[in-house]
Design a protein around this ligand. Structure first.
Ligand code: HGY
Ligand code: MN
Ligand code: MN
Ligand code: MN
Length: 416
């Protein structure tokens, strides 16, 4: 397919204005966002995205997981669509760009095509995938996972949040259960591209504008429940205590040790930690926490999972505690489609943006879509590599570079 001329660029001010407009919906308390999946704020963000897409001449379809598909027709009605998208949901203390840059970057691709009067052979579908974060309803990338056939819809609908609300009920409550059968499109995709901030420090440290994402590391989420015995922090003699909180602390020490033993590529931590009854003068009788292990190497992930169980069992046996494990999320390392990765690299070359290959540290919807369609990702740097923090920041130039490369990769793949 002919590539667009290197002078063709997106409109960075328009993209930036849309990012700032979207950031007003579900504001955080420290300058970022709290627009968690299937909350009212999520519903509002969806409506704004729908409005902008319809103003740009696109038509909307929604599937039964609330995935939004905004279509710009191509000249060849039989040609399979090129997808471009990411997610609008955020962490509770999320930033303004994680996911959103990929969705609004996709919209900017369409707006630029309209400006330039470009008609592509293949249709283009800009997508908002529901519940990428997996923080309110585990696991992450829930709806793209159902779309790709990894989870069933019934299982997904049954996921519960901290207050016992079910994902399916909440999706219905905000009025975003679509009428298209989820996954109906999965064998009818020409390609998919996802633009995303790196969420790590490499590109900024290397002084690169663009990350050409060749692989994504794998992830494992294990929820651990340690059970001891609630008792008085004052009058219970030390030898008689069954302190589940202390058991958790010792296990978390082991998580850190295990991840370091596979340095520099493996990582491990627990971001979700709860003790019960969480009262100042009660020894915790229960601790529930989720261990997040990641590595580009599946064997390393499996080794970390296995060693964690052995070590946790030993710690709990020694302390007279019970321990249970539940796998609540995970996906294998992915290698993205070489042809799509090449289109990203060519685009960065043609546009004169500095670039390097990179492995994605975070999970993305593209990791699941890569199972059903040729997929690749484009990354731009973020300040100090910080993400999943309200202080997440990027420059307009980085947003521009990412969206320019996205525009070129999509147009070249969709054919003009
Ligand atoms: O967990 C992840 O990597 C993604 O941000 N949901
Ligand atoms: Mn994201
Ligand atoms: Mn995220
Ligand atoms: Mn993602």
């Amino acid at each position: 397919m002919a590539a667009p001329g290197e002078n063709l660029r997106i409109n960075p001010d328009r993209l930036w204005d849309s990012l700032m407009e979207m950031a007003k919906i579900g504001p955080g308390v420290a300058g970022g966002n709290n627009r968690q999946t299937v909350t009212d704020e999520d519903g509002e963000g969806r409506k704004l995205f729908q409005k902008w897409c319809e103003e740009a001449g696109m038509t909307m379809a929604v599937d039964t997981m609330g995935n939004m598909f905004m279509t710009r027709p191509g000249t060849d009605p039989d040609a399979l669509p090129v997808y471009v998208g990411s997610h609008l949901d955020t962490q509770p203390t999320g930033g303004k760009y994680d996911g959103v840059l990929g969705v609004l970057g996709g919209l900017e691709v369409i707006r630029t095509m309209n400006d330039l009067g470009i008609k592509t052979k293949h249709p283009i579908v800009v997508t908002n995938w529901t519940n990428e974060e997996g923080t309110r309803f585990a696991p992450a990338m829930l709806a793209s996972g159902v779309f790709a056939g990894v989870h069933t819809q019934d299982w997904a609908y049954d996921r519960e949040d901290h207050d016992g609300k079910k994902f399916g009920d909440e999706l219905k409550r905000i009025g975003w259960v679509g009428d298209e059968e989820v996954g109906a499109r999965k064998d009818k995709m020409h390609a998919m591209f996802e633009l995303h901030i790196e969420q790590g420090p490499i590109l900024e440290a290397e002084g690169k504008d663009i990350g050409v994402v060749t692989h994504g590391q794998g992830l494992s989420w294990t929820q651990v429940t340690v059970t001891g015995k609630d008792s008085h922090t004052g009058s219970t003699p030390m030898p008689m205590r069954k302190n589940a909180g202390l058991g958790m602390a010792r296990i978390l020490e082991k998580v850190d040790e295990i991840a370091w033993s596979h340095a520099p590529h493996a990582v491990g931590a627990a971001g979700h930690i709860e003790v019960f009854p969480n009262s100042r003068n009660v020894i915790p009788g229960k601790a529930v926490f989720t261990i997040d292990f990641r590595s580009p190497d599946l064997a390393v992930i499996q080794d970390m999972e296995n060693r964690l169980k052995v070590e946790a069992q030993k710690i709990c046996d020694d302390m007279g505690l019970q321990v249970e494990f539940e796998k609540v999320g995970g996906f294998d390392p992915v290698e993205f489609d070489k042809g799509c990765v090449e289109a990203v690299r060519n685009a960065a070359e043609r546009l004169g943006y500095s670039h390097q290959n990179i492995i994605s540290g975070a999970g993305h919807d593209a990791c699941w879509i890569n199972k059903v369609a040729p997929t690749a990702m484009i990354m731009c740097p973020c300040v100090d590599g910080l993400s999943h923090n309200e202080a997440e920041e990027i420059s307009k130039d980085w947003a521009k570079a990412g969206a320019d490369v996205l525009f070129h990769a999509v147009v070249e793949t969709a054919g003009i």
